[in-house]
Write a protein that binds this ligand. Sequence first.
Ligand SMILES: [Zn+2]
Length: 89
Amino acid sequence: MQEESVCPLCHHGAARDTLKSLNGYCYTCRDCGGMFEIGTGAYRRAELGELHPQISGSVRQLIAQGKVPRIEFDATNGSFQVLPDVRKP
Ligand SMILES: [Zn+2]
């Protein structure tokens, strides 16, 4: 179910859905250009303000190309990564 929320990338109003996998959320943000996913670990860190501005840039770029990117946090090396398109197998 969609709920009103705040975009973790631009901090403007956005709609979000909890993913069926329960590993994160799917956001629809007008200011970022469309839809993207964020994993639970990455989301927690974004809330703490640890999301690098570069990540927002690459996510927006992928959305502009018609993709649905996903932001993940890789705990093994302590860095964020962006998967280019969740709709591709
Ligand atoms: Zn946004």
